[in-house]
Ligand binder design. Sequence first.
Ligand SMILES: Nc1nc2c(ncn2[C@@H]2O[C@H](COP(=O)(O)OP(=O)(O)OP(=O)(O)O)[C@@H](O)[C@H]2O)c(=O)[nH]1
Ligand SMILES: [Mg+2]
Length: 418
Amino acid sequence: MRDVPELLDAIDLVLARADGVVPPELLGEAERYANDIRQRRGFLGETLVLAIAGGTGTGKSSLVNALAGEVITSVSVLRPHTDEPFAVVPHNPEPAVTVLLDTLGIAYRHEHSAFTRTAIIDLPDIDSIAEWHRERVEDLIPRVDGVIWLFDPDKYRDPIVHDDFLAQLAQHQSQFIFALNKIDRLRPDALQTVRQDLVETLAADGYPRPALFAMAADPPSASPRGIDLFREHVTERIDTKTVMLRKVIRDAAGIVRSIGEAAGVWSDGSLDFEKSWSQVRQEVLAGVGSESTQADREDALCRLEDLTAAISVKAGPLLGPEIRRAADRDTIEALVADLAVAGPADPVPGPGSGIWGRLTGAEEDPTPSPRGYLLDEVLGDPLRRLLWKRALLGATVAHAAVGAVQLEERINRNVEED
Ligand SMILES: Nc1nc2c(ncn2[C@@H]2O[C@H](COP(=O)(O)OP(=O)(O)OP(=O)(O)O)[C@@H](O)[C@H]2O)c(=O)[nH]1
Ligand SMILES: [Mg+2]
């Protein structure tokens, strides 16, 4: 299993196949739970995906470069410059990152070793194509782990940014990280004033407690400032995300387990139907025939009833009654009566014979008798069809449960490697 979205798909399959096998209340509850996980805001993968947005020339591309420690996305004094969105991703990004960038239509990607569990999307400027950009950001917000919104000291009060963007997006406030760039252009006292003013402006936009960083991503003839603090914040977010992701995976595994347990397929789910059926089938065909006595027929009746009763108990609260209905007393009685008039009884089977013997290679496939057909058609096949549903669920549950364990192990390994 590659990632959480794939695990969620596996759960969908479990839920679809559990229909009619586990009680509907449990299924409904599990469906709601799985839906909650899917609706969770943010990117459902191990990578922390952040987008950088903000007015043109505020230094978005410069921040990406500063985080990378080298120039990887072009910076320009001519505005607007970045006209295509661009993403910096870790080496061999997890598949879900690639899928996300594909769906967002971000074709330009750069793999960089400075980004181990982070991907950063550098968005084009907003000023010239404000409407398009807002829609784009709005569409992106629920799918990424955060939006870094950049300001510079010159234009931090730009009404387009505040009224047309941020005020409209305030419902997503927990997704926003704000940064005031180019602080090298401000004297220390002016920095305090601008900072305070920006915090108040953001509060008026609907962001009462904004996370606001001050930095200089690309000051002329000086080293970047404030980047380490920002990087620390990103690292904290990665850790928080890892904790969240582990919880998502455990929740998902919990859903799978509850379904598996309710269906009786969680531990030792095998009913060994084929084996018991093959044995009972042989005994019945050998015991009931044109010369059989009343006692022989009673005996066959008991064997068939015992078999169906045993598997109906193991098959759980929904499938159990269906099995009992498919193999009710009248059906079995009529079947035994029909077998008794359909020809002579079969020879008594030796050890290792019958279907089981043929499956295990102990016996050659004999020509099936018409009485054998009758037995299969009336009882064996209907039971097999019902149990198939459950067996399929068992396999699906196993796949999802193993996948969840693999995913958690992979996350732990990646955290250790960092
Ligand atoms: N003084 C100063 N200039 C900076 C700083 N960061 C970036 N710049 C300059 O600001 C200009 C624009 O930077 P970019 O990084 O291209 O800005 P951008 O937001 O990506 O611009 P668009 O892609 O056009 O939206 C460049 O000339 C940068 O060198 C900074 O911290 N201080
Ligand atoms: Mg740019």
